[in-house]
Design a protein around this ligand. Structure first.
Ligand code: FES
Length: 221
């Protein structure tokens, strides 16, 4: 019987330093950094290198692979984009390899904890990643959200047009209004209102701090 085929995203001989170099800038854009405990970071990355040898990719050492590629892609490290809301609530990724930038002491953020619930401020991108006058889509948990920048103000609203479900982030931002790309309905990004009856979209609180834009969402009840 032939050996299972291993898909390789990293070259043989990949080191801990290679992983740090690859992952560091990626998580920085998302508002995260490596845990402040460097020995713990090295331990986790050592485990990831072992998994890389076995599987061909750096699956999270603290999650169980299902065998379904569509599901398992969500636990390839760094898996922050798939769990933005949950990780923001616990200030770390599942195993604690990455912590929110605001965390000064990561020594108590090791290991898996219960999945969170409630309201949470989720870092979505750096201020510099969205120039004034533009709007972009972010996925936070199950929510598709359009984040707009008007001058130095940021606003977040549902990305789904109430007319025929077009993605509003593909639309045109005109002052405080976004025009839907398909048939031109206009929404006020400040409160989600439109001229069409019963067709307003929901909005989300936005905060900006330490160079990052945060959107507040509610997770699990
Ligand atoms: S889908 Fe937005 S205006 Fe038609």
């Amino acid at each position: 019987m032939s050996e299972p085929r291993v898909r390789r995203r990293f070259a043989p001989g990949t080191t801990i330093e290679d992983l740090k170099e690859y992952m560091g800038p990626f998580v920085d854009r998302l508002g995260y950094k490596f845990n402040t405990e460097s020995w713990f970071v090295d331990d986790v990355l050592t485990s990831e290198l072992e998994i890389l040898e076995q599987t061909g990719d750096v699956y999270c050492p603290c999650r169980v692979r299902t065998g379904d590629p569509k599901e398992d892609v969500k636990i390839i490290c760094p898996c922050i984009p798939f769990h933005r809301d949950e990780f923001a609530a616990i200030k770390k990724c599942w195993c604690g390899l990455f912590v929110l930038k605001e965390v000064e002491d990561g020594s108590e953020l090791f290991g898996v904890i219960e999945e969170p619930s409630g309201e949470v401020e989720v870092p979505v991108f750096r201020v510099e990643d969205l120039p004034p006058g533009q709007i972009r889509h972010v996925k936070v948990g199950k929510a598709d959200i359009a984040v707009a920048r008007v001058g130095d103000e940021f606003f977040a609203l549902s990305n789904v047009c109430r007319h025929a479900f077009a993605p509003l982030a593909d639309g045109f931002l005109d002052g405080y209004h976004v025009m839907c790309p398909w048939h031109g309905w206009r929404y006020d990004v400040r409160d989600g209102t439109t001229d069409h009856p019963d067709a307003d979209v929901r909005t989300y609180p936005v905060t900006v701090r330490e160079g990052h834009v945060f959107v507040t969402v509610r997770i699990r009840g």
